[in-house]
Design a protein around this ligand. Structure first.
Ligand code: P1T
Length: 390
């Protein structure tokens, strides 16, 4: 077979073929799982690019090639979890860096910044959708980096990546975008000006709720090398089997993302019309405060919905215990629908006072809308609304 020029391919083709090329040795259509820790050397230091699997593994290399290609990046690094990718880039920033950080981010990232890296760096939390305040913070603090999650977890706020990364460049700050919620199928932060794009591969990329993994993509060779050296030195690498599972899962990313958003749009409209719902946040709804930005910088609106249920925390808990098809569980992005209570579950490590300040209330419920039949999903929510009223 002649070699493919991956740059010319559409994302649906890349998801299947980049890293998914037939095995050179045997022609196997599916990538081999190189379940090995070490590699024979011809003479000391003379090897074929692989020495030890903490540093490199051929199955993981394939996934790294695929991830880089999906984000149109030069480099891709796959890690043991989304948080370990975040940990590595935090180590890569010079000690004492001031980092502007979105005020609504995944609870685990917030916990890492405020309890693990707070002694190494200075984190300033700010609403990255508010350009005026952001400009003031850049001017006041002259940060080394900005950390953006867009859409945010769980409030689904949308940051204008182009405008904010332009601002960051003006102040010579590195920009990081966590693209977990959109996946490269709906949003490509590097093309919008970001320096580094981050993923929890655990979510939509893998799509089947059976692997924990992370990734970091960039065009900055020196930064990539620094992070790779840190991974080799600290050790949070992904196993060959997990990389293989993700290579398998990612093949259907485009059709899954289309199905997620088709269902999510219908669920969001159903919720918006429901008498027991205070308000719904979904980037695809006209009522979303940054709907215009979402339309501009994303090619779809994704599968995540947040809504505020009328009533107190007791009603929320009752509603969550009555769903039958939606599983009450942390995480997101799998083919099956999940539901959760961020204040008690994924964002419990964000102090109550901070949660209240940013609007992460106790009646907030987050949905990861799966790709089941839409009628079954709506029927499930419908019966849970009714059962939780009694
Ligand atoms: O779980 P892990 O693979 O380590 O990824 C962490 C992470 C990073 N970024 C975002 C935007 C995330 O949502 C997550 C993980 N989030 C959940 C487990 C959750 O239920 O929100």
């Amino acid at each position: 077979m002649a070699k493919l020029d991956a740059k010319k391919l559409h994302i649906a083709t890349k998801a299947i073929h980049v890293g998914g090329h037939p095995d050179k040795e045997t022609g196997a259509i599916m990538p081999p799982i190189y379940q090995t820790t070490t590699y024979a050397q011809a003479s000391p230091g003379k090897h074929q690019g692989y020495e030890y699997s903490r540093c490199h593994n051929p199955t993981r290399t394939r996934l790294e090639e695929c991830m880089a290609s999906l984000e149109n990046a030069k480099h891709g690094l796959v890690t043991a979890s989304g948080l370990s990718a975040t940990m590595l880039v935090m180590h890569a920033l010079p000690e004492g860096s001031t980092i502007l950080c979105g005020d609504d981010i995944y609870g685990g990232t917030y916990r890492m910044f405020t309890t693990v890296f707070h002694e190494r760096h200075n984190f300033i939390f700010v609403d990255t959708t508010d350009l005026k305040t952001l400009k003031e913070k850049f001017e006041e603090h002259k940060p080394k980096a900005i950390w953006i999650e867009t859409p945010t977890n769980p409030l689904l706020k949308i940051t204008d990546i182009k405008k904010v990364t332009e601002l960051a460049k003006k102040y010579k700050a590195m920009s990081f975008v966590d693209n977990t919620f959109m996946s490269p199928y709906f949003q490509k932060p590097l093309e919008l000006g970001a320096d580094v794009v981050m993923h929890s591969v655990t979510k939509f990329i893998n799509g089947h709720s059976d692997v924990v993994g992370g990734a970091m993509m960039t065009n900055k060779t020196s930064f990539y090398k620094k992070v790779w050296t840190l991974q080799k030195s600290i050790g949070p690498t992904q196993s060959p089997f997990d990389s293989w599972l993700v290579l398998r899962g990612v093949k259907t990313l485009p059709i899954r993302m289309e199905a997620h958003q088709k269902n999510a749009m219908k669920v969001a409209m159903y919720l918006e019309a429901h008498a027991d719902v205070e308000s719904v946040v979904y980037p695809g709804l006209k009522s979303h405060p940054q709907h215009a930005i979402a339309k501009r910088q994303m090619s779809g609106f994704g599968g995540m919905i947040t809504f505020f249920l009328k009533g107190d925390i007791k009603r929320s808990k009752k509603f969550l215990s009555k769903v039958k098809l939606f599983a009450l569980a942390e995480s997101l992005g799998g083919v099956e629908s999940l539901i959760e209570h961020p204040a008690i579950m994924t964002h419990a490590s964000v102090p109550k006072k901070v949660r209240e300040e940013i609007g992460l209330k106790d009646n907030l419920i987050r949905l990861s809308v799966g790709i089941e039949h839409i009628d079954d999903l709506i029927n499930d929510l419908d019966q849970a609304f009714k059962a939780s009223k009694k």
